[in-house]
Design a protein around this ligand. Structure first.
Ligand code: ADP
Ligand code: MG
Length: 713
């Protein structure tokens, strides 16, 4: 078996299962063995019933007090039982598992593992897994991998497939040069891979994880350096002269730019008009007003005869930018043409959009990654902006940057007169340059030092000031038992005409992780709230067109309460929404919670964020940082301090970068090491052509192709 083989080569995986893996982005044996467990469950020893407290998974061992009974509530069939140990007894319920009535016997001993909740009648163990004590005891203290379960796959199935893959592959070649492994005390590759899936204890796991996190950062950094070399050309081939029309538009806006926005815009203008191609990162906390800076920059390009593209990570966000731009242009009488390009448009709509883009009937193209598809050809692309950059791979950015080159010759022949002055001074056998400027915008507060490691020589502008007149968001952390109060609060705000978000961590109920989920939650919430309040749902598994519809209805105020996953995390702007309730807040990273919270506090009304802590009280301390400050940079660094680099089981800042395991905050030390190592390797052998680096070169090449393939999906 080879790493590049398809999954059907693995014993037990047929076409159908392979398709389920494929939908989750796992197509090759290599991708499968790098599909790491999301977490590990330690099979804990049973605890005395008398010592139980509400919350998380608990394990008890005892005898059944009587035969199980069945009762009905509405359509639900519930099996009721009572388990008793030396210290007390506990009620147990299972839903829709009628057969248990005949399996469970009074007087027999069981180990039960489930979630403890508190009802009117006291504590109840809900839906526990049942073990015979003799089967459970050998598991105590062992770590069991927990995988995220893509639709159509089971935990057992993944575990088995990974084992089969390891067996079929045999020993893999180590790709890190031994000098690097020595310097940074890294585990051997085969050992690390097997251990991350099947660790025998936490020490081993930590060692294995360290190696694999190093790999992720190291390959990423090498790939970035590699790509940058390909695009070494840095002269400004799309030089502009600032247009007074843009100033006029700026003056017509309903607000004045903040000092920080002005500074950032000036820095961009200096780049666009200067001798070098722009390669700039704009960092600004959520709500700091990055969009308008992007728009002004796009307008400058347009008035200088260049097209510009703004790429957003979600369709909802792209659509919102598009509507925002067209509205502002209409209000100010600007006749620049904005084009929307997203995946859910019909083939015909897309074809027409492609044509307008190619014929330069579009000045500004706003879209999702549909913009970087092969069929899109720009007539004169001069500026590429990616919004919420951390959602894009480096490669995506590079591909878009290369789009500017496609019609290179043509662009410069008819290039604006201003530019020809500059070009004619140079020797004319050089083909004119036409790479577009690149601007990336991110709310992710990456510390400057890390940004430089990750992005190399990118220039950075910081918008560190919020528009005036914004009321700071009021925050609180509450336990799940006070959820009703949160609902009452929502009702109050809706009565005043405002809207609310409720964020749940997951879409559908999954047995591996308890936690509120969007669909069930919305149903429950509808029952709790007065019937006049319209509750909508939004999650990643919905069709893009449905998502758009829901977002539009929410923006238009037809939906008052939106129950959503983190899809809304990115950039959505509905200023009338003033409440956000985050369920199971302890599951999210602090930086992500801060992003989420950025969806409110965008208008003139006071906004409120309520974090519901669904598990034990130990997590509250972390969440309380969010109530102390609304400053994203401070939150990120506090998060780092609190969790510490050693806290490998802490929550990952999901979505931050494309790393499966690594976390640029908590693994900052490893990131630095990887960066140092990459530098050392390239200094000695910039082409990776030496014998020592042969396997590494292969690995980097595969890394690059894989990223490229992911894009064309
Ligand atoms: P983000 O930086 O999170 O992308 P946006 O660009 O979406 O923020 O801006 C958030 C909101 O603030 C928008 O409704 C925008 O119109 C408004 N806004 C932007 N700049 C200013 C300003 N200088 N004064 C007042 N409101 C502003
Ligand atoms: Mg934004």
């Amino acid at each position: 078996m080879r790493l590049t083989d398809g999954l059907t080569k693995i014993k037990g995986i047929g076409e159908k299962t392979a398709q389920a893996y494929s939908r989750a982005g796992i197509d090759t044996v290599e991708e499968l063995i790098h599909y790491y467990p999301r977490a590990y469950e330690e099979c804990a020893a049973p605890v005395p019933i008398a010592s139980l407290k509400e919350g998380g998974p608990v394990v008890v061992c005892g005898a059944l007090a009587a035969d199980a009974r069945v009762r009905w509530t509405g359509k639900l069939k519930i099996v009721d039982a009572v388990i008793r140990d030396e210290t007390g007894s506990l009620r147990v319920t299972w839903f829709n598992m009628m057969y248990l009535k005949d399996v469970l016997r009074a007087g027999r001993r069981y180990v039960l593992k489930g979630k403890l909740s508190v009802s009117r009648f006291g504590m109840v163990l809900e839906q526990p897994v049942i073990y015979a004590p003799e089967n459970y005891v050998p598991l105590i203290g062992k770590l069991k991998p927990i995988y995220s379960l893509p639709a159509g796959l089971t935990a057992k199935g993944i575990e088995k497939a990974v084992k089969e893959a390891f067996a079929g592959l045999g020993m893999l070649k180590e790709f890190l040069p031994s000098s690097i492994r020595c310097t940074y005390s890294l585990a051997e590759y085969n050992y690390a891979l097997r251990t991350i899936h099947f660790p025998s204890d936490r020490t081993e796991l930590t060692f294995a994880r360290h190696r694999l996190v190093f790999d992720e950062f190291f390959l990423f950094i090498l790939a970035v350096r590699y790509l940058r070399d390909v695009n070494e050309v840095q002269e400004n081939g799309c030089r502009i002269e600032p247009s007074p029309l843009v100033d006029r538009f700026e003056k017509s806006l309903p607000f004045a730019l903040t000092g920080a926005q002005k500074r950032c815009y000036q820095e961009i203008l200096a780049d666009l008009a200067g001798p070098k191609l722009m390669n700039r990162l704009v960092q600004g906390d959520v709500g700091s007003g990055k969009t308008i800076v992007a728009l002004l920059s796009l307008m400058q390009m347009a008035y200088n005869g260049y097209q510009g593209a703004l790429m957003a990570p979600t369709e909802v966000l792209a659509r919102q930018h598009y509507e925002n731009f067209t509205r502002l242009f209409a209000q100010a009488g600007v006749d620049l043409r904005v084009e929307l390009l997203t995946g859910s448009m019909t083939a015909k709509e897309k074809r027409e959009a492609y044509r307008r883009i190619a014929d330069h009937e579009a000045d500004i193209v706003v879209g999702t990654h549909a913009i970087i598809q092969d069929k899109v050809h720009f007539a004169r692309l001069g500026l590429v902006i990616t919004d919420e950059q951390h959602r894009f791979g480096v490669r995506q950015r590079e591909i878009l940057a290369q789009k500017g080159q496609e019609k290179g010759g043509k662009i410069d022949q008819e290039n604006s007169r201003q530019n020809s002055r500059e070009n004619s001074q140079e020797n004319s056998q050089e083909p004119p340059l036409s790479l577009p400027h690149v601007l990336v915008m991110s709310a992710t507060p990456i510390p400057r030092t890390l940004a430089i490691i990750l992005y190399g020589d990118l220039d950075i502008s910081v918008i560190d000031e919020k528009p005036v007149g914004r009321l700071p968001i009021k925050n609180c952390v509450i336990g799940a038992s006070r959820r009703k109060k949160a609902y009452e609060f929502i009702v109050g705000q809706v009565k005043e005409g405002r809207q609310a978000y409720v964020i749940c961590p997951m879409v559908e109920d999954s047995s591996a992780v308890e936690g509120e989920n969007v669909q069930d939650y919305a149903r429950k919430l509808e029952e709790e709230l007065p019937p006049s309040i319209v509750v909508g749902t939004l999650h990643g598994r919905m069709k893009p067109s449905e998502k758009n519809r829901v977002m539009e209805e929410f923006a238009a105020g037809q939906i008052q309460v939106l129950v959503s996953t983190t899809v809304v995390e990115v950039g959505v702007d509905v200023p009338n929404a003033t409440v956000m309730v985050v369920e199971n807040a302890e599951r999210f990273g602090l930086a992500q919670l801060h992003q989420l919270r950025g969806r409110i506090g965008r208008g003139k009304h006071q906004s409120y964020c309520i974090f519901i802590n669904g598990s034990d009280a130990s997590k509250v301390k972390r969440l309380e940082i969010l109530t102390r400050t609304n400053d994203g940079f401070e939150i990120a660094s506090e998060d780092l301090k609190l969790r510490g680099p050693g806290d490998i089981f802490g929550l990952r800042q999901s979505g931050l970068m494309d790393f499966a395991l690594g976390d640029i905050y908590t693994d900052a030390d490893i990131l630095k090491e990887a960066s140092e190592a990459a530098k050392k390797v390239l200094e000695n052998d910039d082409e990776l052509s030496q014998e020592e680096n042969r396997e590494l070169k292969k690995r980097v090449d595969r890394y690059l192709t894989r990223k490229a393939e992911m894009l064309s999906l």
